[in-house]
Design a protein around this ligand. Structure first.
Ligand code: MN
Length: 426
């Protein structure tokens, strides 16, 4: 199914008067405080987040998976779903594919479909964390870090294939996340595992087209519980430096031990020009992959504050590749993603409200109280009318969740696809 702009317009009509009153009130206030509301709305409209192809179906846990009806059964349907998100939110202008789950059969058809929905192909994701059917060599004991040369070769070759597929789709980056690590003390020689990984990443990097980027994602634990080869940003940063200028660190919010200061990590990486990608989700305990902003919205705001500072002050750092990396165990995946997109925009808008000049003065004057006031005044502002304005300007919905429910999107997807379809992925 496809949502047309007239449907959205007519739903917006009913909410327009309230929106306008809210927006006028807020814009007036913010302009008086010295903000440029027009430019904030423009920045919000330009902020596009990639949706990963594996997030459109129900996610599972190791205890089970509860299928969500009407799930996309193939790549074309996944792209349709991202198209629905984009039509409603105007914030989801890209899709990030996972290989081998989403190898296109008809490249022209897939490209055409994406283009017709206003979508581009963001980073390609390789998979060396599970064996494919009939595989001759197993990743059971690691991939790029394996002590077995044949396994390492196979993992390198897979990444090269992912690059080739991405080239045909117009993608410009490869994200590598490794599950490599060990479960028990003594199982790994840490140095050998790291050296093997570095050597393999360099070989993959050598096959990267000139206008591509390599993103190296880190994670402290899981699926291995004693050690992980690329466990933290420092290891990723070191490996990216060992590869070259086109290699960057990728930060995933859920890939940190509890209470890690993620805003400080992104600040350091942007200062060094090495933050390439960013994955959104939220968590309470570990890599919980929950809806963005559902647990720690203030932490998200503080991270965005660091990101906005970096975007404005660090020309040495490239434009970031933004993606939602979440899993949907009990919510409708599309509703969950709409909530995440809203939370991302909200945190971004609030960060744009921080008076950086005043903050710097307060920092210099050691006025700790004022520093906190400046951050929290921005955080406490209800910026939702700005988000609505950005969406309206681009043909999106004032209330995306309301529109999704009003248009009976899930019911229509179930009617078209059936109750028993299962999206490929975890
Ligand atoms: Mn991730």
């Amino acid at each position: 199914m496809k949502i047309d702009t007239d449907q959205i317009k007519s739903l917006n009509q009913k909410l327009m008067a309230d929106h306008q009153a809210d927006f006028d009130f807020l814009a007036n206030r913010l302009n008086q405080q010295g903000n440029d509301v027009g430019s904030i709305v423009e920045k919000l409209a330009g902020f596009q987040v990639a949706i990963p192809s594996w997030a459109l179906g129900a996610g599972g846990t190791r205890f089970g998976r509860f299928s969500f009806q009407g799930e996309p059964g193939n790549l074309a349907q996944k792209i349709d779903d991202v198209g629905l998100l984009q039509a409603l939110t105007q914030t989801a202008g890209a899709i990030s594919l996972h290989i081998p789950w989403d190898i296109p059969k008809d490249y022209d058809g897939i490209k055409e479909k994406a283009a017709s929905l206003g979508l581009v192909f963001d980073a390609m994701n390789s998979n060396t964390f599970q064996d494919q059917r009939g595989a001759k060599h197993s990743y059971r004991h690691g991939s790029l870090s394996s002590t077995d040369k044949a396994v390492r070769e196979k993992a390198i070759q897979h990444n090269v294939e992912v690059i080739e597929i991405g080239k045909k789709l117009g993608s410009k980056s490869l994200t590598v996340w490794l599950a490599d690590g060990s479960n028990f003390p003594g199982q790994h020689n840490f140095q050998l595992a790291l050296l093997n990984t570095q050597d393999c990443l360099q070989q993959i990097y050598a096959r990267l087209p000139d206008d591509w980027k390599l993103f190296i994602e880190y994670k402290p634990y899981e699926p291995n519980f004693y050690s992980t080869v690329i466990q933290d940003w420092g290891t990723s940063f070191m490996l990216a430096n060992a590869c070259g200028d086109k290699a960057y660190t990728l930060v995933d919010l859920g890939h940190h031990l509890p209470n890690t200061n993620i805003e400080q990590i992104v600040s350091t990486l942007m200062l060094k020009g090495k933050l390439g990608g960013f994955h959104f989700n939220d968590s309470k305990y570990g890599d919980d992959d929950l809806t963005v902003g559902s647990i720690k919205p203030y932490a998200l705001f503080l991270i965005f504050n660091a990101l906005v500072y970096g975007m404005e002050n660090n020309p040495q750092n490239p434009d970031l590749s933004w993606m939602i990396d979440a899993s949907h165990n009990i919510k409708d995946p599309l509703e969950d993603l709409i909530q995440s997109l809203e939370a991302i925009q909200e945190a971004y808008a609030k960060a744009l409200l921080v008076d950086q000049k005043k903050l710097q003065q307060a920092q210099t004057a050691h006025d700790v109280v004022l520093c906190q006031e400046l951050l929290q005044n921005a955080y406490r502002t209800d910026v939702r009318p700005l988000l609505q304005k950005a969406r309206i300007n681009q043909g999106g919905a004032i209330d995306p969740i309301g529109a999704y429910r009003n248009l009976n999107v899930r019911e229509q997807l179930i009617k078209a696809r059936g109750k028993n379809t299962i999206a490929s992925g975890l």
